[in-house]
Design a protein around this ligand. Sequence first.
Ligand code: AMP
Ligand code: MG
Length: 298
Amino acid sequence: MAEPQLDRIAELIAPLRIEPGERVRLRRDHDPGYTAGLDRHRDGEDLLQRGVALLADHQARLAAESTRGVLVVLQALDAAGKDGTIRHVMSGVNPQGVRVHSFKVPSAEERAHDFLWRYSGRLPARGEIAIFNRSHYEEVLVVRVHPELLDQEHQPPAPRGKELWQRRFRAINEWERQLTEDGFHIVKLFLNVSKDEQRKRLLARIDEPAKNWKFSASDLAERKHWADYQRAYADMLAHTSTKHAPWYVIPADHKWFARIAAAAVIADTLIGIDPQYPTLDRKGRRELRQFRGALEKG
Ligand code: AMP
Ligand code: MG
């Protein structure tokens, strides 16, 4: 791949990254309608296709190398476009090398374990890309907005205020650090949709019969907690964006841009890993020549 394209990816994603310890003010500093000066018709399709091709090439090498793995964490409020982003961004990769896990309301068995248990069972193997469609971060988002959920999590008696969330942030950071040190690269995307755009998309789920199945009454209930979610997201971003596992805030009011930006962030991670096809040593090459000789004899 030519250098200018790499520069372009780096340039595109840098403003979206949350630096460790950065103060996060979503409303003020992160416009959901941002498009980096790109034009949908001029740049949209072409950039996405290039990102998808880059991902496919690197994913094939990641799988062949089977040393490192990648975890993509996707978080967002309802109707921000998580499913469509996964569908488009991963459209070029070999399905054998990618697993998508969608985390819903936890089961009784999951709730009976420590809060990271169900997520640790779904991590990628070496050579794989795993995508968490919702993730361990729900444990500091939906659970924070609805602390009554903690009662179902069988928590031991302990302070439930700010301290609990600080403790969870610390546990998550340590868990992610340990995974990174063991060869698993983590990249985290928050699809940032505006309240007005969410309203339009939820209306479309009601008005368009083919989208009716997507509508859930709980989407409306959660929308009432919009401000609480914004606060929980901002605090989570500020405390869990680390050098080893950074958060990117992906402007999500324009689906075409969100897809390009998500592809760019994941491509950048894979380019950073630079996985290589394994090469044979002299003995291996000699053996191959012998196999070739045997095959040539018929
Ligand atoms: P969806 O992504 O639209 O299929 O919805 C999944 C639902 O599961 C959402 O309403 C989430 O808030 C909920 N959910 C996901 N993880 C958790 C969790 N750890 N605790 C409680 N609810 C969760
Ligand atoms: Mg939903």
